[in-house]
Design a protein around this ligand. Structure first.
Ligand code: AGP
Length: 614
């Protein structure tokens, strides 16, 4: 996720663009850049690592004049956050400048082809490949820019929203989209462009949302022209936006947390894109391809993490042990780093961290490294400290997570761990082709099944009202759903300040059962899997003590439905993938209870998004 802004009109472009970038900073904030064409038709490109305020500082003594420009705030996907990888990227001739959201999946092949033609690259980004490709197509066929862009986009596999500036056409910006949103705002003799309407809304409420494979030719003093990749003219549908700014940043959701919960189906698709191939039944993680021997010959895996990431690690343990038959230990990073652990060069340490900056996890990585272990990182923030400190790793690619309570990062981490287990199991031949195919096929259905669960949001919201009175909650689950119970309890604690504990369901009788009375809600993950009969007995034990049971049950369940007080139905999925689905209602339940109690959901008290201190 990155932010795009563009402007062409009679105003100075720079203030409009910078203000727009600030509004979009919630989408990404590791680097920022701007391209302006001044009144002498010179193209000035300025970019810097860091936030938009760093960019403002950087351009203090530079020429920022001009009435046309494009700007970008980046959330790195290819290449670490740095000045050279920041957008805009420009072509070899220096005529073209491009900003881009999305991922060009076949960038490596395209880059190799262009390198063979003698084109050199400055950055590690997929975006530079695209701008060089456009110029190459234009120059080698002597084409106008629009035609060159159409031909170049035909060669691209992946997702993009782009804005393209050509200093030889100082009155035009070309914008295009595929699977990544792009909006053009129509003002009075001026146009505004954005990756969403946030940077536009204060200037005009008339907007055109581009459709996939459409290109808008935005030209000063002319009507907006929209064509497709075949150059067929499209009729732009002008819409009136009714949302206010605050709502727009959150995509119309009242909180980032809810938005991020709802983003999960798309995030899981992004996370699997280019990695899971159902047709060829392949799971390709570059880290596994590049370090096959190290990973396959590991004596054991040690997962280190904190909080929600540690819960993802517990699921990873079950996946890797059952599919790959490699022993896995899961450690709190804060304990691991101080207890003189036994580690050798035959161990692989998997560090899981959304932010990539958690101090304890980073210290655990450093300790394991000093003792010779090979380190595999699973992070969200590209170029973060943990990502840089590891030997290899896989990003989860779920976009910036703003809500302090982690939601989409958790399901992203579990998805990467699932892909890792599948890729290793296939290499190790510890999984049959049939089982592998079955899991891969089901994995592809996860986004659709997540959507089914999200459609129950209203019902969960109504259910949550009954429970705002509670002072304590118990969350129970077994097998793959035991870490889900821990995660459900953590979410509730973090944002509603209700005390909640997660337990393996069978452990209840060894102590927590003493707490159960009519006041005690117990959330039980009770889907129809190998542990179904056992979990029914656990529910009976709670009901015998008059506890209130809220059960997550599989679609069509009648038995638990007849015993539990409230049930939330979950679509059926293969057991090892259940956490990706069962987590979602628990996120929603915590969210709605916290909202009912009037708590600050996105910034709960005493918590920070990235815990960079011990
Ligand atoms: C999750 O909701 C928490 N805010 C917290 O437990 C978090 O998961 C933990 O601090 C680890 O963060 P990391 O993934 O960025 O390392």
């Amino acid at each position: 996720m990155c932010g795009i802004v563009g402007y062409i009109g009679k105003r100075d472009a720079y203030p409009v663009l910078v203000k727009g970038l600030k509004r979009l900073e919630y989408r990404g904030y590791d680097s920022a850049g701007i391209a302006l064409i001044n009144h002498q038709d010179q193209l000035n490109v300025y970019k810097t690592k860091g936030r938009v305020s760093d960019l403002e500082h950087f351009v203090e003594d530079k020429d920022i004049s001009g009435n046309i420009g494009i700007a970008h705030t980046r959330w790195a996907t290819h290449g670490e956050p740095s000045q050279v990888n920041a957008h805009p990227h420009y072509s070899s001739s220096g005529n073209l400048a491009l900003i881009h959201n999305g991922i060009i999946e076949n960038y490596a092949t395209l880059k190799e082809r262009l390198q063979q033609k003698g084109i050199t690259f400055r950055s590690n980004t997929d975006t530079e490949v695209l701008v060089q490709l456009i110029e190459y197509v234009q120059l080698s066929n002597n084409l106008d820019l629009l035609t060159a862009l159409q031909l170049a986009l035909h060669e691209v596999i992946g997702a993009y929203a782009i804005a393209l500036l050509d200093k030889r056409q100082p009155d035009t910006i070309l914008v295009a989209r595929k699977s990544s949103p792009l909006v053009v705002g129509i003002g009075d003799d001026e146009f505004f462009m954005g990756s969403d309407a946030t940077p536009i809304v204060e200037y005009t409420d008339k907007v055109v949302y581009l459709e996939d494979n459409e290109i808008a030719v935005v030209r000063r003093g002319q009507e907006l022209k929209v064509v497709d990749l075949e150059n067929v003219k499209m009729k732009p549908e002008i819409q009136t936006i009714e949302m206010n700014l605050g709502q727009l940043e959150k995509g119309g959701y009242p909180h980032f947390m809810l938005k991020e919960i709802f983003e999960q189906p798309d995030c899981i698709n992004d996370c699997m894109r280019g990695r899971v191939n159902v047709e060829s039944t392949n799971v390709a993680l570059s880290a596994v391809i590049d370090h096959k021997d190290k990973l396959l010959n590991a004596r054991r895996f040690i997962i280190v993490a904190c909080g929600t990431s540690w819960h993802a690690g517990l699921i990873g343990k079950q996946l890797i042990e059952s599919l790959c038959r490699i022993p896995v230990e899961v450690e709190y990073a804060s304990e691991f780093r101080y207890r003189n652990p036994v580690i050798s060069s035959e161990d692989v340490v998997i560090a899981i961290s959304q932010s990539g900056e958690t101090a304890d996890t980073l210290a655990a990585v450093q300790l394991a490294k000093e003792r010779g272990a090979f380190i595999y990182g699973i992070c969200n923030v590209v170029g973060s400290s943990i990502a840089r400190a590891t030997n290899t790793g896989s990003y989860i690619h779920v976009g910036p997570e703003i809500g302090v309570a982690s939601t989409k990062a958790f399901t992203g981490q579990v998805t990467v761990l699932t892909m890792l287990a599948l890729a290793l199991a296939k290499e190790k031949k510890t999984i049959s082709d049939k089982e592998f195919l079955e899991i891969v096929q089901e994995l592809n259905l996860v986004p659709a099944k997540m959507k089914q669960v999200l459609s129950k949001n209203q019902a969960i919201s109504e259910l949550s009202r009954i429970f705002t009175y509670a002072h304590n909650f118990l969350y129970l689950g077994r097998g793959y759903n035991y870490p889900v119970a821990l995660e459900g309890a953590l979410k509730l604690k973090e944002i509603s300040y209700i005390h909640a504990e997660g337990y393996p369901a069978a452990e209840m009788k060894h102590g927590p059962i003493a707490l159960i009375d009519t006041e005690m809600p117990v959330v039980v993950v009770a889907t129809k899997n190998a542990m179904y009969e056992k979990i029914i007995s656990n529910i009976q034990e709670i009901k015998a003590r008059k506890g209130k049971v809220i059960a997550l049950v599989s679609e069509g369940d009648t038995e638990i439905v007849s015993i539990a007080d409230d049930c939330i139905e979950i679509p059926k999925i293969i057991e090892c993938l259940e956490p990706l689905i069962t987590t979602i209602p628990l996120q929603l339940l915590a969210y709605h209870i916290a909202v009912c109690k009037g708590k600050d959901v996105d910034q709960p008290r005493n918590l920070a998004k990235s815990v960079t201190v011990e």
